[in-house]
Write a protein that binds this ligand. Structure first.
Ligand code: PEP
Ligand code: CO
Length: 428
C-alpha cells in the first residue's frame, strides 16, 4: 500500500521508540470490566467518530464528544441497573477499510480515501497517495486526545451530579425530551436516596471520576505492530496504541493477518460480525481469538441491519453459547443501516438504528443471553448526518452540517435520544 518503502521503515523505527499510549495493566483492567459485561453484570457503551480527522481536531470537539458519551452512560446505567463500561472510538480511530479501492469524483477516478492515518480526503489525485508520515501524526494526535480525556475524566468534568444536570437540561429543552422525564426524575430520586442514607455524595470518588477507555479498528498493522510492547510484569505482548482493538467486517478472516495480529496481543479485542458470518465462522473466530476462554477478552460487535437482526442473530447466539465461549455481545446498529440519500450522501435513519437495537434485545431475550452493549458512531457537534430523531432531520437538511470524514454520525441530541430509548428497553 505504501509507495515509499524507505519512508515506512523510518516511520516504523520512530514509532517503535516512542512511548506507549496505554499500559498493560490498564488493558487488563478493561478485560476484567468487559468480563463483567460478558457475564451479564455490566453493559458496554462503545462510541465515537467513524473516522477521526487531522483537520477537525479541537479541544472543544473532544470535550463535547466525551460529554455526550458520559451523559448516555448515566442514562444507560440507570436503565440497565449495572455498571456501564465507557469505551471511546477515539485516540487512534484514523484508518478506514473501503469496499472499493477507487471512487468517482466528478468525472475523475481517484484512489479511495483510507482515513487520515493513510491519505487525505481532498478530491485530488496527489492527496490520495498514502504517506507513512501520517502514522506519526496519528500517534501524536492520539497522545494529545488521550491526555485531555484523562484530564477530563479524572479532573472533575465527569462528576455525576454535573452530568445528570446536563441530562435534565436535555430533557427540559423540548417537548420530545420531556417524554424522558420519568427516567431523569428516577435518577434524581436515586441520588437523593443515596444522600438520605448518609452517603456523602461530594466525597465519594466514584461519583466524580470515571474510567474511560480507548479503542479503534486495528487496520493498519504497520502502526499497531510498532506500538506493540512486551509487558515487563507478565512478559505478555500488548498493543499499547489503545486499550481495546477490533477487526472490521472486511478483515475478520480467521487465517488473515489481522486476526493473526489480534490473537498475539493480550488486550481485550473484538470483531465486527456482519450478515455473511455463519455460526461456524463465529465459533471459529472465538476459538482463534480466545482459546483460553477468558471472559472479556472477546467482544462480538454485530451489524446486520434492522431487517436482518432478528433472523440472523439468534443462530449465532446459540452456537457460541453451546460451545461455551464467553463473549460480550455488542450491537452496532450503524453499519448495517447505511443508505444513500438523494444526491449521493451516505446517511442512516434514526428509526432503523433503534429497530436494530430493539431486534438485538429481542434476540437475546429469546435465547437467554445477555445483550452486552451498544457500539455507535456519534459526535458532540450539532451535525446533520443521520435522518430523524427528535428534531426529525430530513433529507433536504443533510447538506447543512454534514462534516463527517467517513460515515454519518448521530449528533448530540440524537445520541441522547437513543440512550434514553435504550434505557427504556433495558428497564423493561
Ligand atoms: C466502522 O466501524 O467504521 C466500519 C467500517 O465497520 P465495519 O467493519 O463493520 O463495516
Ligand atoms: Co463507520
Amino acid at each position: 500500500m505504501w509507495p515509499d518503502d524507505a519512508g515506512l521503515k523510518r516511520v516504523h523505527e520512530q514509532l517503535s521508540s516512542l512511548p506507549p499510549l496505554v499500559f498493560a495493566g490498564e488493558a487488563r483492567r478493561l478485560t476484567s470490566a468487559l468480563g463483567d459485561a460478558a457475564e451479564g453484570h455490566a453493559f458496554l457503551l462503545q462510541a465515537g467518530d467513524c473516522a477521526e480527522s487531522f483537520t477537525d481536531f479541537t479541544a472543544d470537539g473532544i470535550r463535547d464528544k466525551l460529554r455526550v458519551i458520559l451523559q448516555m452512560a448515566v442514562v444507560l446505567t440507570y436503565g440497565a441497573g449495572v455498571p456501564v463500561v465507557k469505551l471511546g472510538r477515539i485516540a487512534g480511530q484514523f484508518a478506514k477499510p473501503r469496499s472499493s479501492p477507487t471512487e468517482m469524483v466528478g468525472a475523475e477516478v481517484l484512489d479511495s480515501f483510507r482515513g487520515h492515518m493513510v491519505n487525505d480526503d481532498l478530491p485530488e489525485r496527489a492527496a490520495r497517495v498514502p504517506d507513512p508520515d501520517r502514522l506519526i501524526t496519528a500517534y501524536h494526535q492520539s497522545v494529545s486526545t488521550l491526555n485531555l480525556l484523562r484530564a477530563f475524566t479524572k479532573g472533575g468534568f465527569a462528576d455525576l451530579a454535573q452530568v445528570h444536570a446536563w441530562n435534565q437540561e436535555f430533557v427540559a429543552s423540548s417537548s420530545e425530551g420531556r417524554r424522558f422525564d420519568a427516567i431523569a426524575k428516577g435518577i434524581d430520586r436515586a441520588l437523593r436516596f443515596m444522600g438520605a442514607c448518609g452517603i456523602d455524595l461530594a466525597r465519594e470518588d466514584s461519583l466524580h471520576e470515571v474510567d474511560f477507555w480507548t479503542s479503534h479498528e486495528a487496520l493498519i498493522l504497520d502502526y499497531e505492530e510498532a506500538l506493540t510492547r512486551r509487558d515487563s510484569l507478565t512478559g505478555d505482548w500488548y498493543d499499547c496504541s489503545a486499550h481495546m482493538l477490533w477487526v472490521g467486517e472486511r478483515t475478520r478472516q480467521i487465517d488473515g493477518a489481522h486476526c493473526e495480529f489480534l490473537s498475539g496481543i493480550h488486550n481485550p479485542v473484538g470483531s465486527k460480525v456482519g450478515p455473511s458470518a455463519t455460526p461456524d465462522d463465529v465459533v471459529a473466530l472465538c476459538q482463534r481469538l480466545n482459546p483460553e476462554r477468558v471472559p472479556g477478552r472477546v467482544s462480538l460487535i454485530t451489524r446486520f441491519g434492522a431487517d436482518h437482526v432478528e433472523t440472523s442473530l439468534p443462530p449465532l447466539l446459540r452456537a457460541v453459547r453451546e460451545e461455551g465461549h464467553p463473549v460480550v455481545w455488542v450491537c452496532d446498529p450503524m453499519h448495517g443501516n447505511t443508505i444513500n440519500a438523494e444526491g449521493g450522501r451516505k446517511t442512516r435513519r434514526f428509526d432503523d438504528i433503534l429497530t436494530e437495537i430493539k431486534g438485538f434485545f429481542q434476540a437475546h431475550a429469546q435465547e437467554g443471553t445477555w445483550p452486552g452493549g451498544v457500539h455507535v458512531e456519534l459526535t458532540g457537534d450539532d451535525v446533520t448526518e443521520c435522518l430523524g430523531g427528535m428534531e426529525d432531520i430530513v433529507e433536504d437538511q443533510l447538506h447543512q452540517r454534514y462534516t463527517t470524514a467517513c460515515d454519518p454520525r448521530l449528533n448530540a441530541r440524537q445520541s441522547l435520544d437513543l440512550a434514553f430509548r435504550v434505557a427504556e428497553f433495558l428497564r423493561d
